[in-house]
Design a binder for this molecule. Structure first.
Ligand code: IMP
Length: 436
């Protein structure tokens, strides 16, 4: 029939998964579940600052650099050029997976354009944080910001450079000499170049055979009609441009970072899935409008085990901030939501949803740009009744307590985006999926 495409001619619905809050939304679990229906999973940005937790058969795996699809034996994984890659951290992760019986042979490709995290980067991360004093960002100290800074300064070293290891060693030694001068000026212990290279160089050499043309591999998969899943790291509120600057990470954590970090075209993205926790958490410094600095926040932290997957730091906890999430939905064209950790709210007498901000007598419907303003805004809450029986074990929405269904419906109405997945526990199968 003229003008109508056969199913075979339709482009595959390549999916993107993004965190819409401050990271730690539970993306790892959603990606792991969606990856079962994918051929290729692609990491787009960030680095070993990320911590994606997946629980399979009672065994917990925390992935920092490897795409969360790696736990499925049929899935191939790409680390895109937007990622900053720490060879030592990746080596540890590969060892852990091997110890757990997960074979990645032939399933992982690292972009030759991805920048390498050098021994100088964590050093400079510590130095910059120390220099900021009380105004520190509270970074993960994984060297993420300094690595992206070197990239922007055009002084970075890329994974593809590992074809000439002696040249890389010379370049890293020069970077160490330069970084040591800066560190000393800031009173931070300098690096011993030989000691630093003794662990870094073998780790770099180990990953060299995994490096290749990830753009070509991605487009070959797309052209072959394979299903691709793009895995965002951190969350939109930590985006370097639209997040709570300067208390952000150093990459674009939204759809922009997916495009620039992998080489996919916007035309090939079929669906953007946003992940939100049923409440809000944040690690590190920076404004947090709905923070609960009381026993309710502590209860969420303990029940939700809200301690950083990468650093172990206690996460700050608070109510769901729908103003921030709506902004994230708008900026990223979010088609569907995954609402995670609903079970952590079990037993709360009442729940609050932040539906507007108030600043100097004015009502705001989107977050202000300046942190100084964001620190001063007051949340406008809508209070809903809680539910007293556990949501865990629910197989469908109909099994959920009425108050839980009302909570979800209010979120959907406010955001004008459907909630397609509902997380009711840590395990892979503790997830309700609704039909689109
Ligand atoms: P960096 O990315 O290590 O430079 O840290 C910058 C900010 O982003 C800090 O507040 C970190 O706590 C936060 N951050 C970075 N990665 C993650 C993540 O994966 N989850 C949650 N917060 C993160």
């Amino acid at each position: 029939m003229p003008g109508s495409a056969t199913p075979a001619a339709l482009p595959a619905a390549h999916r993107v998964v993004l965190g819409l809050q401050w990271g730690d939304e539970g993306k790892g679990k959603i990606i792991d579940v969606l990856a079962a229906h994918c051929d290729l999973v692609v990491r787009c940005q960030g680095g070993a600052n990320a911590g994606h937790t997946v629980v399979v058969g009672g065994r917990k795996t925390v992935l920092h650099l490897l795409p969360s699809g790696i736990l499925h034996r049929h899935v191939r994984c790409l680390i895109g050029h937007g990622v900053v890659l720490d060879p030592v951290a990746l080596g540890h992760e590969l060892d852990e997976l091997a110890a757990g019986g997960c074979d990645i042979a032939g399933r992982l490709l690292i972009s030759e354009r991805a920048h390498l995290v050098l021994p100088t980067h964590p050093l400079l991360d510590r130095a910059y944080e120390a220099a900021r004093g009380a105004g520190k960002v509270g970074t993960t100290l994984r060297g993420i910001g300094p690595c992206y800074a070197d990239k922007a300064l055009r002084t970075g070293i890329r994974a593809g450079d590992l074809v000439d290891l002696p040249a890389v060693e010379r370049a890293v030694r020069a970077r160490i000499a330069h970084a040591n001068a800066l560190a000393q000026a800031w009173g931070v212990e300098p690096l011993d170049a030989d000691a630093a290279l003794a662990s870094w160089l073998p780790a770099a050499q180990r990953i060299a055979p995994l490096v290749g043309d990830a753009i070509a591999a991605l487009h070959a998969a797309v052209d072959a009609g394979q299903r691709v899943l793009f895995e965002g790291a951190q969350g939109v509120q930590l985006d370097i441009d639209v997040g709570t600057y300067p208390f952000v990470t150093s990459s674009n954590t939204g759809i922009g970072g997916v495009l620039t970090g992998t080489g996919i075209s916007h035309r090939q993205i079929g669906e953007v899935i946003g992940v939100i926790k049923a409440y809000t958490t944040r690690v590190g410094s920076g404004p947090f409008v709905t923070e609960l600095a009381d026993e309710r926040g502590e209860r969420l932290r303990q029940r939700g085990q809200e301690f950083g997957a990468t650093t172990g730091r206690p996460r700050r906890c608070g109510w769901l901030d729908l103003v921030a999430v709506r902004q994230a939905c708008r900026l990223n064209g979010v088609d569907a939501l995954a609402l995670t950790k609903l079970d952590i709210l079990d037993g709360e007498p009442e729940l609050a949803l932040c539906v507007a901000y108030r600043l100097d007598g004015r009502e705001l419907t989107a977050p202000p740009a300046r942190c100084a303003d964001l620190e001063r805004v007051q949340p406008v809450y809508e209070v809903l009744p809680g539910w007293q029986r556990p949501v865990s074990g629910a197989r469908g929405v109909a099994d959920l307590p009425e108050a839980a269904r009302a909570y979800i419906a209010r979120i959907e109405r406010f955001l004008a985006v459907p909630v397609r997945w509902i997380g009711t526990g840590a395990a892979r199968d503790a997830l309700i999926e609704r039909a689109p």
